[in-house]
Ligand binder design. Structure first.
Ligand code: ADP
Ligand code: MG
Length: 355
């Protein structure tokens, strides 16, 4: 069922991903309606309509569902139950959300599709953390099952003596204990999938993190990653199919000696795909809109030789005067207000010309 231009797309979550989705949707002639609990979410500033309500407010979600022709989400930490009022209007569906928002369910699910993950155990007590250390060895990382992002809700254990403080640092929440992966590089595979199974990949970006936050993403990736991309794409597609996912899905990988290891999945557009706005023929944001509205897939190849995206995190956004003077730099500022440390405030993409 094609949702034609002129229709209204509901977006649950009003952050920068929602903002860039709304801009892409507007280019295709759609109106967007943002649903978010905050006072001035940055996506609402570029959208046609805004509902301010809690993500689990069923009455508000019902009214939102009545007001939109199709709905999607840009944020996975949403209570799944209340979203059921949206019925078939929600793309991707609730299943993608439920799997991606709980790290234990996510890992079980990924393993069930035959992809590799780091050795892991679910832990709910200090004794279970100690048991995980005995079974998995060190180093390992504790990650809360729910609510983590940008490295939040994580603590590393590098020696037995650090177990108690790491357990306290994650608030003694139900967690997964995950063996540290000795990776040569990190990369991601981003796919868009249509309800009828058509799909399109982009070039896989190589990703550099600092303090658990993505700093930089580059295409094409290095040769060391390139040899693992085909296997990683097949794993990504199996995951998307098993979820019956409609829209963009991202899978983060470690390139290890034994091949690609899945780190985590995001049932949505992804920070490592921002470079597609200028660096690919069709951006991840436009393609997500195309997939959920059942328009045909756009081409995903590189516009030029390659591209690098750099995040502007916290006070780094103050570099804008220098960046806007830089020839060819594409500056994106999300208009989020206060530049708190660790907050994603914008990004800059540099496209490399063909030589
Ligand atoms: P988030 O949801 O915050 O993105 P991730 O699980 O992706 O959380 O972890 C953030 C980063 O921390 C990863 O991109 C990687 O650099 C590092 N990291 C996470 N898990 C591991 C691991 N098991 N081994 C090595 N590095 C890891
Ligand atoms: Mg991650």
């Amino acid at each position: 069922m094609t949702v034609p231009p002129g229709s209204t797309i509901g977006i649950i979550g009003g952050g920068q991903l929602g903002r860039m989705l709304a801009i892409a949707a507007a280019n295709l002639g759609y109106r967007c309606h943002i649903f978010d609990p905050h006072e001035h979410p940055c996506a609402a500033k570029v959208a046609a309509a805004f509902t301010r309500a809690a993500f689990d407010d069923r009455v508000a979600l019902q009214a939102f569902g009545d007001a939109v022709d199709i709905a999607t989400y840009e944020f996975e930490n949403l209570a799944a139950g209340p979203l059921e009022v949206l019925g078939d209007k929600l793309r991707p569906g609730v299943r993608s959300l439920v799997v991606a928002q709980d790290r234990a369910k996510e890992k079980q699910f990924i393993e069930s599709t035959g992809a590799r993950v780091a050795l892991w155990r679910a832990v709910e007590s200090r004794d279970e953390v100690n048991a995980a250390i005995a079974e998995l060895g060190l180093p390992l990382v504790l990650k809360t099952r729910r609510w983590g992002y940008d490295g939040k809700g994580q603590a590393w254990i590098r020696s037995d003596g650090e177990a108690a403080s790491a357990w306290d640092a994650i608030g003694q929440e139900p967690a997964v204990a995950e063996a540290g992966v000795d990776f040569a590089a990190e990369f991601s595979v981003i796919v868009a999938r249509w309800a009828d199974g058509r799909h399109a990949f982009w070039n896989a970006p190589q990703n550099e993190h600092g303090d658990g936050i993505l700093r930089r993403s580059t295409v094409p990736c290095s040769d060391l990653v390139a040899v693992q991309v085909e296997e990683a794409r097949q794993a990504t597609l199996r995951i998307a199919e098993a979820l019956d996912h409609v829209g963009v899905l991202t899978v983060e990988f470690f390139a290890s000696d034994s091949g690609p290891v899945v780190n985590e999945i995001a049932p949505r557009v992804h920070n490592s795909g921002h470079r597609t706005i200028e660096g690919a023929v069709t951006s991840q944001f436009e393609q997500h809109i195309r997939a959920i509205c059942d328009l045909p897939p756009g081409l995903t190849g590189l516009t030029q030789a390659g591209a690098t995206m750099e995040n502007l995190i916290g006070p780094n956004v103050e570099r804008w005067p220098e960046l806007v003077r830089e020839p060819g730099a594409h500056v994106h500022i999300y208009d989020k207000g206060e530049a708190r440390p660790g907050r994603k405030m914008g990004h800059v993409t540099r496209v490399r010309a063909q030589s």
